[in-house]
Design a protein around this ligand. Sequence first.
Ligand code: NAP
Length: 451
Amino acid sequence: MSTTMKEIVEAIEARAGADVIQGLELPKTCRAVTTHKADVEMFAGMPSAQKDPRKSLHIDEVPLPALGPGEAYVAVMASAINFNTVWTSIFEPLPTFAFLERNGKRSELWKRHDLPYHIVGSDASGVVLRVGPGVSKWKPGDRVVIHCNDVDLEEPEGHDDAMLDPNQMIWGFETNFGGLAEIATVKSNQLMPKPEHLTWEEAACNGLVNSTAYRQLVSKNGAGMKQGDNVLIWGASGGLGGYATQYALNGGAFPVGVVSSEHRVEIVRALGCPRVIDRRAEGYQFWEGDKIHWKEIRRFGKKIRELTGGEDPDIVYEHPGRQTFAASVFVARRGGVIVTCASTSGYEHVYDNRYLWMHLKRIIGSHFANYREAWEANRLICKGAIHPTLSRSFPLEQTGEAAWQVHQNLHDGKIGVLCLAPSEGLGVLNSELRERYIDRIELYKRLGAVR
Ligand code: NAP
């Protein structure tokens, strides 16, 4: 760590005010996790599962970009691994340099992003170091978490819902200068207050998945879940699912979680959801070669009814994609909703459309969240109504290993990454609130598999 970086951390730990932080000379460079344009063909021809983020994610010393209007530099205390960093690191479904090149043509400011390296990462907690021209809501010294919706709002389409803006981007995935770095560059309308009862790494792991789950399940822009709904949640202990399960329970719905191991069943039960299916123990095979295995899908539907007293899901919370989608469409109740935000196992979905139209079901596409939705999701974390699902953290140097674990589905909930935070457990300002919810805050650390 350079002397200046050390001074920044000391000032943060001493909770220095705006004047002191503003008075610190910022370093010209910082360490960051990158992919390299020169590497994009390195895994050509390999099956996805063998593509190894430990080989493609680098730690580089990179220059800070010039700070533009409406932007802020944030000293990143901690970040987290999201599946989008896995996609970037395995160059699938396409190298994210394509986004940087396309954006680079938009304006002088966007040109900064088109570089031969991509600083990845779409989550962070930390402290504002500087704000650019036009920023009045935030100041140096503010303790923040960052959501990853990057939008200029220059087009009319985004003004009812920023996710509909044609230039909407995911920060650290479709843009450069992401959160897996010592200093991140963000738009000021990505900043939200850091939950005071959480450590830096607990606070950093929520932004992307918590906001996505909120929009996808709760918001009127998603499934608009209501009390009493049966909600089938794939990967119910995972990155998205661990929050979707909490939202379903908080909102008076009846979640049915699907997971793939005994200890994940235990996690979902500990979250308060007694209805859990262990898909591995049940041995479901929804596909036989390139044909859907309907008998297996019916067996799955029957299992759900056993857990719900004979009812079918009002909402299916989808993200695994190709391998589960036919089952998701089939098991939703008449008039039910399949809400999807991803296709982890393949994006060319196959399902029998008769089950959709004859039973008046709807498929809804959902993607991240607008600022309002992300803010509301973060507010629930701040109040202790939704809790982080952090199971463990890695130092910045081991980001490749952390991403590998997510790629291989070895992790539970979220994996954090310490960037400037010298150790875990720092950054808590509200110990009283923390104590009240300590069992829930540390649930994944207690029950998650340690690898
Ligand atoms: P995650 O932490 O890996 O959790 C996903 C869970 O899905 C896993 O824990 C696994 O649970 C389950 N799963 C994986 N493959 C499956 C399969 N073939 N069949 C059934 N279940 C399967 O990842 P995540 O953070 O939740 O993200 C999931 C996907 O959503 C990724 O593709 C990610 O890129 C995408 N995503 C999209 C958005 C958006 O805004 N559009 C936001 C966040 C994430 P079990 O093995 O225990 O069943």
